[in-house]
Design a protein around this ligand. Structure first.
Ligand code: MG
Length: 203
């Protein structure tokens, strides 16, 4: 199974990190060992002092595809979940300065907590879906899929030019503004609309 992620897909988050607005989606991958399921805890790693949460909508691929046209892309994903793209921001900034790949900052064990999946048939409007993250009960991030620079369909089409997509592959589709550091003892809770989807205890 492959796990893709999109960087810089919400304009308000691009501004907060003072990044450039991309012409094409910024794609990176996380290994399968990054995923945390069933609200298992996140263990703060000792190689970073600045782990940030990034709440994201995650889509699940439902059939194999290569060079998928954007207009057919909707047939290739059938469910979504809420995920957190944990990022070792201190490590990422060091790597960015040296123009090195982000893998160590984005793909480490436990860097991808993920909720159960909701079938797309249960989603009223995929293009206008609210999601949010609370840290110890306080809302830190609020996003809506209408604000993505690149749509789910465009992302699926784009990724499939480079990687054959297979059933079960996941795509983290980017975070809105409000990212911030976590501390040991924090409880992060994630929501799609008003439904609590995810709880992560930082240990
Ligand atoms: Mg992210």
């Amino acid at each position: 199974m492959k796990v893709f992620a999109v960087g810089r897909n919400y304009a308000d988050h691009i501004s907060e990190l003072q990044n450039e607005r991309p012409d094409e989606p910024v794609i990176f991958t996380k290994p399968e060992t990054a995923l945390i399921k069933k609200n298992a805890p996140f263990f703060y790693p000792d190689f970073s002092k600045d782990i940030h949460f990034e709440v994201e909508i995650v889509i699940r691929i439902c059939q194999a595809g290569k060079n998928i046209e954007e207009r057919f892309a909707h047939k290739y994903y059938d469910a979504l979940a809420l995920g957190i793209d944990f990022t070792a921001r201190d490590l990422q900034n060091k790597l960015k300065e040296k123009r090195l790949p982000w893998d160590l900052a984005k793909g480490f064990d436990g860097s991808g907590p993920i909720s159960n999946f909701i079938s797309l048939s249960e989603i009223e409007d995929l293009k206008n879906l609210n999601f949010s993250l609370k840290q110890n009960g306080e809302t830190k991030q609020e996003g809506n899929t209408s604000l993505m620079l690149f749509s789910f369909d465009y992302i699926v089409s784009f990724v499939s030019k480079y990687f054959t997509l297979k059933k079960g592959d996941l795509i983290f589709t980017g975070t809105p503004k409000g990212v911030g550091p976590v501390q040991i003892g924090d409880v992060l809770t994630g929501y799609i609309e008003d439904k609590k989807m995810l709880e992560v205890n930082v240990k």
